[in-house]
Design a protein around this ligand. Sequence first.
Ligand code: DP6
Length: 328
Amino acid sequence: MKQEAPSKATAGVRRATAVAHPNVALVKYWGKGCAATNTPATPSLSITLDTLKTTTTVVEVRGTDHIVVNGRQVADAKIEGFLRLLRENFDIPPLAVDTSNNFPTASGLASSASGMAALVTAINGAMRLDLTLEEQSRWARRGSASAARSMAGGFAILDARNGWAAEQLLAPDDWAINVVVAVTSRERKTVGSTEGMELSRQTSPFYEAWLDSTVRDCDAALTAIAHRDFAALGSVAEASCLRMHAVMLTTDPPLVYWNAGTMEGIRRIRALRETGVGVFFTIDAGPQIKAVCLSGDTGKVRAALDDLPGVRDIHVTGLGSGATCVPS
Ligand code: DP6
């Protein structure tokens, strides 16, 4: 049911609009070291997507919070819980939060990462909290750990070195890389990441080995990035992705996020690579395929995925910057 928006902002009412982009982990995060502070158990490393985005406006209102996601008023437990957490630490009045994505929500395209990053950025701007980017990344992490990486943009790492705030390793223009996102389902996923990774921690016999491998994968990815070694980065990213899905599949009850289109997409990408195209795949907690490629190979990658029977939409994107406030 579509609801009326709260009354229009008047002069002096605090408001701000922020834009943040989703990110795709090349070394995955799947498991928490501390649930209370939402601190990951392992480092993770990601690239930020440019053309996919979340736009969030927050406006100070009277009464109670009013949350609108993609044009519909919702009771969003994640956003509500996050606002409660911020209010324990900052003086924040009731807010109208209006957030929308230009891509499918909660279907494995990291909408919670861009969503939390945009929310923290908009609240920081509207309430003039004067938080540094690093502090905003730490707060975004409390909302959703992957969101910490969307604050930083470009190639980003989230690890203990920086007190679990993400740092940018490379700016978006430092390496000419594109991502072809093949959407193989627009459905919302049935088991969200937070719940899924906790189930994996409790039940997957592979979980401890996964944690160990992630630390090694992160070091290998850092070396590959420092040398701009695309093949080495692809090899570690695919291994991290497949190991995470092995943990998911061996969770009880099993977390099977792939569909037939996902599997066919993997097959196509591997076949394309055999012909000399610079491309590798990664997949998150959903069935969408993200084909990461050298920008000169984008046309070939898009063509290879475009006519797959299971592919519903294709998004082609470069690398994006961190979250920022925009004119409201
Ligand atoms: C598969 O960051 O959504 O996308 O911290 O519980 O909100 P919470 O989880 P979230 O998990 C992301 C999982 C992933 C891998 C990744 O982005 O590293």
